[in-house]
Design a protein. Structure first.
Length: 323
């Protein structure tokens, strides 16, 4: 796990062009969780901010780019899962002019994060939530802008267009940046850890985490984004990927397979363990076929977190479908 006390090094900042920088937040491990900083005419906006522990690193990136906290106009959240939103309240305390921009369904959880923290504790355990995220600081209601379908946010004349993109979560938005012809996708377009890339390109996997996974809504959300013919997708885990249409086909094919695995395990008295084993073996096999440059034990280690979360999310989805 990354040393959360370690300062941001300039090697943790990646210039993606078009006034966009990817910042390694230091959450969980190196190059696991990115915040994106968009800069336009001396004004800035963060997109996703990881945990309270990440705040010093995010502020250090501003200084490295010759900006001050007063130059930040917005903190934008793709959704309110804590690895994206947990540091927002603490960060805003350092940003005198900034407003928080979040899906209408997520706004109340930023004003009072107690249910959000409780829900995360149900998934990860209370001790892990305290250790991983630190204190989740509430955000004053007057500092929140609710941004749903069709909302356009102007960053110093640079329009950022919001799409309501359920599938991973019902409080999820993706943000279209015409200047870079890219989407900030949060978790809607899956995950692509750099350690798993090969000469075939990024290795992408879906994230079907609890409690709002919806495969049909996810397919529709991805389809709507593809209509804009994006040049790249900017994932929170982890940053820029190209070859978008190919990765979209890969992603949705995997979603269908995971759904099939969940249905096959349903009804078994050992459903949970069967599903975890099936997901783990499936993703491991895909990683090997992709030529991921890691030995099998390391692949299992890198995928373990997502195997567990995907299994939990698929089980919640199965149970909801029966009601």
């Amino acid at each position: 796990m990354t040393d959360r006390s370690a300062p941001l090094a300039w090697s943790d900042v990646t210039d993606l062009g078009h006034g966009i920088w990817a910042l390694d937040t230091g959450f969980k491990r190196p190059l696991f969780d990115a915040s994106h900083l968009v800069v336009e005419n001396g004004h800035a906006a963060y997109v996703d901010v990881a945990s309270t522990h990440s705040v010093p690193r995010l502020l250090a990136a501003l200084e490295g780019l010759g900006l001050t906290p007063a130059d930040v106009d917005h903190v934008i959240l793709t959704h309110v899962h804590l690895d994206h939103s947990g540091g927002a309240g603490a960060l805003l305390r350092h940003l005198p002019a900034a407003k928080l921009v979040v899906h209408p369904r997520g706004a109340r959880h930023m004003i009072d994060p107690s249910k959000l923290v409780k829900g995360s504790a149900a998934v990860f355990g209370e001790e892990e939530v305290r250790t991983a995220y630190g204190d989740v600081v509430p955000v004053d209601a007057e500092r929140i802008i609710e941004a749903g379908e069709g909302f356009v946010l102007e960053l110093a004349g640079r329009p950022l267009h919001f799409l309501d993109t359920p599938g991973h979560a019902r409080h999820h938005v993706c943000i279209w940046d015409e200047a870079s012809r890219s989407f900030f996708t949060g978790d809607t377009f899956g995950l692509a850890y750099p350690e798993l890339a090969s000469d075939r390109g990024a290795f992408i996997i879906p994230t079907t985490t609890p409690v709002q996974f919806d495969p049909e809504a996810l397919a529709e959300s991805i389809g709507r984004m593809l209509q804009r013919a994006p040049r790249a997708m900017l994932l929170t885990h982890y940053s820029q990927v190209g070859d978008v249409e190919h990765l979209a086909r890969e992603l949705m094919g995997q979603v269908r397979t995971l759904v099939d695995l969940a249905r096959a395990a349903d009804g078994s008295p050992e459903r949970s363990s069967h599903l975890r084993t099936a997901i783990g073996e499936y993703l491991l096999g895909r990683a090997v076929d992709h030529g991921c440059p890691q030995p099998p034990d390391r692949l299992r280690e890198l995928l373990a977190h997502d195997v567990e979360l995907n299994a939990q999310g698929l089980e919640v989805w199965l149970d909801k479908a029966k009601k």
